[in-house]
Design a protein around this ligand. Structure first.
Ligand SMILES: Cc1cc2nc3c(=O)[nH]c(=O)nc-3n(C[C@H](O)[C@H](O)[C@H](O)COP(=O)(O)O)c2cc1C
Length: 319
């Protein structure tokens, strides 16, 4: 059997890329307490359960060992500082961040991507850690880039995105998305040619902003989530940054869709109108999407419209 060097094992575990959370609780004696954790895992949908692993050596461990409630805050791309504060043994971590108490009294931090307010479901002793299982009583989430962590370094997905966009500031940039909703893949109609294309805009923008990709879908009555980069390529003088994600139709807009200025149509994967796709590179992209959906592999294409490399980044569950 291999002799396990714990420091080396820690480094090996560290090669698993994760998000970063701050786990909090409220103690009657100590007030708000919290620590940075990347051992967060979703566990069950029904009942709604999550878990986080607590090191027995943490200063706050005795408080988390007793508490009946806690919250998990998933940090955003720009909250690296907060991660460092809560990973320290500092006394007053909460003086450095905005927060409010959730239903259970556990602190919910401002500016996070998501939070889950929990009651303790079960504790499982596991070596030098305790697995804390929480039953979710309330949660919320936003469509923002999360902070990542791998091999001891923070990964800033949003920054990567900005870098790609700003490095091509002087050329033309189209930011698009291959998006699937319950009815199929959403394509944008081009009324002048009678063709269809991958929905795109000049930038991502915010949900409330006109002219950006998020704004375009919001206007058409969809809420979109873009977890993956799908392709970055040049076609003529234009740089394309294409994401891959999901879209959900907002109930209120269902009946007014026809009158909306943006014309999106959902096509089932086996009914994509190939002959009506005006751009050959978009046709290739959708063919790849169809293949990747069948095998549950996700890749990022980087290159030009004619040639490039496909980097396989992850194997995912079907969207
Ligand atoms: C990115 C990152 C992830 C961490 N994940 C965990 C974790 O999952 N469980 C844990 O017990 N400690 C984890 N830590 C370490 C704690 O945050 C650290 O020990 C902290 O000082 C605990 O605070 P306390 O001593 O005030 O309780 C992590 C630290 C970092 C930087």
């Amino acid at each position: 059997m291999k002799v396990i060097d714990t420091q080396d094992l820690r480094r090996a575990f560290g090669s698993f890329a994760t998000g970063v959370t701050v786990v909090t609780t409220h103690s009657d004696t100590n007030g708000p307490v919290g620590f940075t954790a990347n051992s967060f895992t979703s566990v069950s949908l029904d009942p709604p359960l999550l878990l986080v692993c607590l090191a027995h050596g943490m200063r706050s461990f005795p408080l988390f060992e007793k508490t009946q409630r806690f919250a998990v805050n998933i940090l955003a791309d720009d909250q690296q500082e907060i991660s460092s504060v809560f990973a320290s043994r500092g006394a007053d971590k909460f003086a450095q961040v905005g927060w409010r108490a959730g239903d259970t009294g556990s602190p919910l931090l401002e500016g996070v991507v998501a939070w889950f307010d929990c009651e303790v479901h079960e504790r499982v002793l596991a070596g030098d850690h305790t697995i804390l299982l929480g039953r979710i009583v309330d949660y919320a989430y936003e469509n923002r880039a999360p902070l990542g962590f791998c091999s001891g370094a923070y990964l800033r997905f949003g920054l990567l995105q900005q870098a790609v966009e700003s490095s091509h500031r002087h050329g033309r940039v189209r930011v698009g998305a291959v998006l699937e909703c319950a009815d199929g893949v959403l394509l944008e109609a081009h009324p002048d040619t009678g063709g269809f294309g991958v929905p795109a805009s000049t930038r991502l923008g915010g949900v409330g902003e006109k002219g950006g990709l998020f704004g375009k879908f919001a206007e058409a009555g969809y809420t979109i989530t873009l977890p993956f980069l799908f392709a970055v390529y040049e076609d003529g003088d234009t740089q394309f940054v294409i994401h891959r994600g999901t879209a959900v139709r907002q109930a209120a807009s269902a009946s007014t869709h026809a009158a909306l200025p943006v014309s999106l149509h959902a096509f089932r994967l086996d009914e994509i109108p190939w002959e009506k796709l005006t751009s050959p590179s978009e046709r290739m992209m959708l063919e790849r999407y169809q293949r990747e959906r069948a095998t549950n592999v996700t890749g990022i294409y980087v290159g030009t419209a004619e040639s490039g490399d496909l980097h396989t980044v992850t194997t995912t569950r079907p969207l």
